[in-house]
Design a protein around this ligand. Structure first.
Ligand code: AMP
Length: 427
C-alpha cells in the first residue's frame, strides 16, 4: 500500500508522539510525580503563556530570551499585551509564588511542554517537555541537596547509570561583582582572540562568555579565572555544605568551575546532569540551581529559591542509549470475537470493561477467521468467542491465547468471574 503524502506535517521542531512511546512518556512523568510528592512537593499547573515581561527577567543576554521566544500580541485593539509561550517554567512558578504568596518553604513540582525557537536537531526541539521542581523560601543548603538528590534518585529509578552530576557555585551579590571584574579584565586583555559573537556577549554579560560553545573561544575559556576562587565566606560555606550533604547521601559529583548554565538568574549552587552514553551536543538531561534574586525581580519579597528542570525527550533518548525503561506493554486483556454480527460484542465488551478489564474487539462484521487473527495480533490474554451456539444457549466460549488451558464455555452471567480468574493466574 502506498500512502499519499499528507499536505500538513507537524510544525518544524515539533513531534507527534504515538503509542506506545506516549505511554512511555506518561509512565516517566508518573514516576516523577510519585517521587516528587514523596519528597513533599505539590503539583503546580500554570498557564502555557505569560506576559513577556515574566521571561525578560531571565536576562536579556540569554539566547532563550533574546532569540528563542515565541511571542505574540493579544487582540485588544487599544492596548495589546505581548505574551510569550513559556520557554521554561521557573519564571512562571516564581510569578505564581509572588501572586499567591503561599506559606514558605513552598515546594512545587511541574510537568509540561516548553517552547523555544531553536534550530531543531536530534534531542533539540521547538516544543519539548520538562519535569521539574522549585522550592522557595529557604536558602538552607540542605534544600539544594534534597533537590539534587531527587533528580539523581529519579534517574536511578528509571535505570540510568551513566549520568554524571556536575556542580558549581556562581556566588552572589557579595562576591560575584569582583569575579565579573576579573573575568572582564581577563577577556578584554585577550579581546583579539575572542570570537566576534563573544565580544558582543562580553559587553552584556561576561559570565555568558563562559557558555560559548565556539571552538575559537575554548582555550581562552579554559584559562579564565573561576568563580569558586572568588566565593565569599558565606557563599563558600554554603557551597561546602551542599557538597557535604551530597557526600552524606552518597551522591557522586564533579565540581565544574565553568558551569554557568543558560539562564541568567542563577546564584550560588548550579548543577547539571550529563549522560555519558549520549553525544556531547545533547547529553544534558537536566539541570538547575539557586535563584535567590528572581522573586524580587518579579516584584515580590526577597525570597531564595532552588530548583531543576529535566528534559523528558532527552531522558528518554538516554534511556534508549542505555537500553533501560522500555515502553510499557499496550496489549489488552481480552479480545471479543463475535460471529453473530457485532451487537453481542458491543454488549459483552461494555460488560467486561465495567469490571475494569481492558477489552478490544473487531468491527465491520468480519469473518470468524479474520477476527481470530485480530485477536492474536492484539496480544490479548483471553479471547471471548460468541458464535450461533453461544447465542442460543446464552453462553460465551473462553479461550486462553497464551497458555494451553482448555477452552471452556460458560453461562454469560459467569464470564466476568471466569476471565478475572484466568487473568490472575497468568500474571
Ligand atoms: P534549561 O531549561 O535550558 O535549563 O534546560 C533543562 C533541560 O531541558 C536540559 O537539560 C534538556 O534536557 C532539556 N532541554 C532544553 N532545551 C531543549 C530543547 N530545545 N529540546 C529538548 N530538550 C531541551
Amino acid at each position: 500500500m502506498t500512502l499519499a503524502a499528507s499536505k500538513f506535517q507537524a510544525p518544524k521542531g515539533t513531534r507527534d508522539v504515538l503509542s506506545p512511546e506516549s505511554a512511555r512518556q506518561r509512565a516517566l512523568v508518573n514516576t516523577f510525580a510519585v517521587m516528587a510528592e514523596r519528597a513533599g512537593f505539590g503539583q503546580i499547573v500554570s498557564p502555557m503563556f505569560e506576559e513577556v515581561g515574566v521571561f525578560k527577567r531571565l536576562g536579556e543576554a540569554t539566547d532563550v530570551v533574546s532569540k528563542e521566544m515565541f511571542t505574540f500580541f493579544d487582540k485588544d485593539q487599544k492596548s495589546p499585551t505581548e505574551f510569550a509561550l513559556r520557554p521554561e517554567l521557573t519564571a512562571s512558578v516564581v510569578r505564581a509564588f509572588v501572586q499567591h504568596r503561599p506559606l514558605v518553604p513552598w515546594k512545587a513540582w511541574y510537568e509540561g511542554p516548553q517552547f523555544r525557537y531553536e534550530k531543531p536537531q536530534a534531542g533539540r526541539y521547538r516544543q519539548f517537555n520538562q519535569i521539574g521542581v522549585e522550592a522557595l523560601g529557604t536558602d538552607d543548603p540542605h534544600m539544594d541537596v534534597e533537590v539534587i538528590a531527587l533528580a539523581a534518585d529519579f534517574y536511578a529509578e528509571l535505570g540510568l547509570t551513566r549520568n554524571r552530576l556536575l556542580i558549581n557555585s556562581l556566588g552572589d551579590a557579595s562576591c560575584r561583582p569582583a569575579y565579573l571584574e576579573a573575568l572582564t579584565t581577563y577577556f578584554q586583555s585577550n579581546l583579539s582572540a575572542l570570537s566576534e559573537q563573544s565580544r558582543v556577549t562580553l559587553e552584556i554579560n561576561p559570565l555568558r562568555v563562559l557558555d560559548s560553545k565556539r571552538e575559537q573561544d575554548q582555550q581562552l575559556i579554559d584559562d579564565a579565572p573561576v568563580m569558586v576562587d572568588f566565593l565569599s565566606e558565606d557563599t563558600g560555606s554554603h557551597f561546602a555544605s551542599v557538597r557535604a550533604g551530597l557526600e552524606l547521601l552518597g551522591i557522586p559529583y564533579e565540581i565544574s568551575p565553568r558551569l554557568v548554565r543558560g539562564l541568567d538568574y542563577y546564584t550560588r549552587t548550579t548543577f547539571e546532569f550529563a549522560n555519558d552514553v549520549m553525544e556531547a551536543a545533547q547529553n544534558a538531561v537536566g539541570g538547575g540551581g539557586r535563584y535567590d534574586g528572581l522573586a524580587q525581580d518579579l516584584g515580590g519579597p526577597a525570597t531564595p529559591g532552588v530548583g531543576f528542570a529535566l528534559g523528558v525527550e532527552r531522558i528518554l533518548l538516554a534511556c534508549d542509549a542505555e537500553g533501560v525503561f522500555p515502553a510499557p506493554g499496550t496489549t489488552v486483556d481480552v479480545f471479543v470475537v463475535d460471529a453473530t454480527g457485532g451487537q453481542n460484542a458491543l454488549a459483552l465488551a461494555a460488560q467486561m470493561r465495567s469490571h475494569s478489564v481492558s477489552v478490544d474487539r473487531a468491527f465491520d462484521g468480519r469473518s470468524m477467521k479474520s477476527q481470530m487473527k485480530a485477536a492474536d495480533r492484539s496480544g490479548a490474554a483471553v479471547a471471548l468467542i460468541l458464535g450461533e451456539d453461544e447465542m442460543t444457549s446464552n453462553t460465551v466460549t473462553i479461550r486462553s491465547m497464551r497458555t494451553n488451558d482448555p477452552q471452556v464455555t460458560v453461562p454469560r452471567a459467569q464470564v466476568a468471574e471466569e476471565v478475572l480468574k484466568r487473568l490472575e493466574q497468568q500474571q
